[in-house]
Design a protein around this ligand. Structure first.
Ligand SMILES: Nc1ncnc2c1ncn2[C@@H]1O[C@H](COP(=O)(O)OP(=O)(O)O)[C@@H](O)[C@H]1O
Ligand SMILES: [Mg+2]
Length: 341
């Protein structure tokens, strides 16, 4: 895809945020946030409900003015250059923003016209994007008749009309079922492949791991951790390997065997009799491989082998010593990686 109107070349940071503050009365929605999103990368902003994610996205897309601090997007200041800034961004809000009464195609065409495309270009772009997001047929029907996943895909298509250099996705899959969530992830990956820079907010560690290369964890308006995904996962204790023997009789012998292996740094196993599995916390790929090799060597038939990421709640507990400040959705189990055995 082509990019339009980006700032003078040489910039490596597409989004720069410094000391950003936003109050709503007594509530400090943003309490001095610093953030950098490098050009061509996906930054995940992970945090529970009320952390300040939407407030951040609204400020970065010029829908809301900050009380203090600075933010620029491809070099344009959110306060001083809102018009130029809006020309280089795309936004998909937490809630669907399309007109339900209008067909999908009309929605895209109208947005194109609003963005000053000629009739011909707006038509072409609507056709192209519907096809791209597998909505060509559906494009003739009112958006109100779409499934949740189709609506979200239409939203993504709408945010791409202006060929944005930077895309803001605010909880793009919250409320979607696991299969639809996977579809949306695939679309986002394809957009990233086109070179667009993405700032994505999410409540799901799983989603951050799927899409983002870097992560900023926010809680109560403050950044509580940031860095590469791997780095952060290591900080919070990595993954848990769940091994389910076909015959429950093998549960305890398997756990004992793994505890007796002496793999460097490997934590003790936990037996989950309710779900008939042995849980092994693994910190590294080497540990994971060694455990799987040991299980295989014993010749025990397994019915499943899965790795589970720490939940957002566990990440918070580990980083802050307290639980996330608001009740959490849990990560749907179906989206966990399954390894066939
Ligand atoms: N328009 C508003 N008026 C008053 N308080 C608000 C408003 N928008 C957000 N808040 C509060 O600011 C905090 C951050 O909200 P928000 O940015 O929506 O968080 P998130 O998107 O991470 O769930 C919350 O405590 C929320 O209740
Ligand atoms: Mg929000």
């Amino acid at each position: 895809m082509t990019r339009i109107d980006t700032k003078p070349s040489g910039a490596t940071s597409a989004v720069t945020v410094r000391g950003l503050v936003k109050h709503y009365g007594e509530t400090r929605a943003l309490d001095g946030v610093d953030l950098d999103v490098r050009e061509g990368t996906v930054m995940g902003v992970l945090g529970p409900n009320g952390a300040g994610k939407t407030t951040l996205v609204r400020i970065l897309s010029t829908l809301l003015a900050p009380d203090a601090g600075r933010a620029t997007v491809v070099g344009y200041d959110v306060v001083r250059q809102p018009r130029q800034l809006r020309r280089v961004i795309g936004l998909t809000g937490q809630y669907a923003s399309v007109d339900e009464k209008l067909p999908g195609w009309e929605n895209l065409y109208l947005i194109g016209r609003l963005l000053d495309l000629s009739r011909k270009d707006a038509r072409g772009r609507a056709d192209e994007l519907l096809e791209r997001f597998s909505l060509t047929e559906a494009g003739k029907r009112p958006a109100g008749t779409y499934s949740g996943g189709m609506r979200r895909r239409l939203d993504l298509a709408a945010s791409m009309i202006g060929r944005p250099a930077v895309l803001f996705l605010d909880e793009p899959t919250t409320g979607l079922d696991p299969r639809t969530r996977n579809e949306v992830w695939d679309e986002v990956k394809a957009m990233v492949g086109d070179g667009v820079t993405v700032l994505l907010t999410t409540q799901y560690m799983e989603e951050a791991e799927q899409l983002a290369s870097e992560l900023t964890v926010v809680d109560r308006g403050k950044v509580i951790a940031n860095g590469g995904i791997e780095e952060l996962k290591a900080k919070v204790g990595g993954r848990t390997l769940r091994i389910r023997p076909a015959d429950p009789i093998h549960l305890r012998p398997l756990a004992r065997a793994l505890d007796g292996l002496g793999i460097t740094g490997l934590a003790a196993t936990v037996v989950d009799t309710e779900r008939g599995s042995v849980l092994v916390p693994v910190l590294s790929d080497e540990q994971l491989t060694a455990v799987v090799a040991a299980v295989t060597a014993r010749g025990i038939t397994l019915s499943s082998l899965t790795t589970e990421l720490p939940s957002l709640d566990e990440v918070f507990l580990s980083l802050t010593g307290h639980r996330a400040s608001a009740p959490q959705d849990t990560v749907p189990t179906d989206t966990r990686e399954e390894v066939a055995v």
